[in-house]
Every structure is written in structure tokens, then in C-alpha cells.
Design a protein. Sequence first.
Length: 269
Amino acid sequence: MRSLVAACLMVLTVLPVWAGARHTVLMDVLGIPELSGILQAEGLAFGETLNREWLDGQGGPLWTGQVTRIYDAERISEGIRAGLEPAVQGEDLENAITFFASDLGARVIELENAARRALADPDIEAEARAQFAARAGTDDSRLEQIDRMIEAGDLINRNVTSALNSNYQFLRALVDADVYDMSDDEILADVLSEREVIEEDTTGWLGAFMTLAYSPLTLDELTLYADFAATSAGKALNVGLFAGFDPLYADISYALGRAMALNMVAEEL
């Protein structure tokens, strides 16, 4: 009996370690460390935008340091992993690793990260948006596969919801810091008033990103990727990514709002 109990305890001890190791593999094949660096760079650029639009460019080293700490790359990676681990398990986990460890999967990640970096250039983003807009609504077979991926992951709705929640948290932080005097209902109404604009912008950006990223793929390769996105593993992966991103960016937005409030008070003094 003691041997059986010891064996059971050993199994229970080893399984979480094994699961953690497999999720580390998933993080690696998804290129999450690289993506986290890209998202950090996007955050720093957004911080500069906030500095210009909210602080008249007077944020200085204090604001820059605050934004840099908020968009910590390791924190971003940990947030993504926190969403992936409970959402992608068992067979879905193994199938996701298998796909993204393949030549096609690895190329997809490389192309997605490269496109995300490229879109940081406003001129490239404008051109990509224009190209997508010109092809939208046509019988383009490549856009058909992209639309399949968007539908399988409910990507428009999920991204819009995430953006609205981030905006809510930013504004709530300003209210909590007594910069604004608004009720929770007023904050929510203010945020929701932008939903149509955010949805239109999200549709354009997502279409531009995916069209640009997957342009080097053949139609057959793009179809295989769309097929994967519609599988249980593909959907679980998508759920896990948003489960990581949503609370992560809610926290980031609230932290940005608090930092903004501190800087606005400092300016007044």
C-alpha cells in the first residue's frame, strides 16, 4: 500500500512539471518571446503618442521610465502563458505544437512577427490597409481563407471587446485618481460610444495585417493554416491567447491611466 501511495504521489508530482515543459515548448514554437518584444516596442510607441496627445510632449524621462516598466517584455510573456496553460491542454496542446513546429507553422510565425513589425511604420500600415480595402468584398480566394480564420477565432469581436475593455480601464484609472469625475455608467457609456469606430478600425487593421503577413504563402499553404485554425487545437489556442491578452492589457491600460494621472498632477504643480 505504501508503495502504491508513493507511486501515485510521484505521478502527481511529475505531471504538472511535464505539462509545464510542454507549454514551454508551445511558447517557443509560437515565438512568444519574440512577439513579447514586438508588443513591448508597440507599447513604447503608444506611450510616445500618449505623451504628445495628453502631456503636450512634456512627459520626459519620468513618463518614459513608467511606460517602459509597464510594458515589460517578461511580464507580457508571463501574461500570455497564463492564458495558454489552462486553455490548451492534452491533445489540443500536442496538435498545436506539432503544427507550429512544422515548416509551415514556423514560417507562419515568422511571417506574422515580421508583418507586425512592419506595420509599426505608418506608411506601410497605410499601404497595407489600402491594399486590403481594394480587395475586400471581391471573390479573392486568399481573402476567403483569411475570412475563415477570422470567423473561426471570432477575431473581430474579440479584438473589439479587448480594446473597449482596455479603454475602460484607462479611463477608470483617471477617475480613480480624481482626474475626472464620472460614474461607472458614464465611463461605460463613453467607452461604448466608440464601438463602431473601433470595430471599423479593427477590421481594417486585422485585414491589412493578415493580408500582408500571409502574402508569401501559396494558396494551398494558406488553406492549410485556415484548416488548422478551425480545428479544436486552433480554437483552443485562440481562446488561450485572448485569455492571456485580455487581462494583461486591461492591467496595462489601468497602469497607464494611473501613470498619466500622476504626470498630469505633476504638470499642474
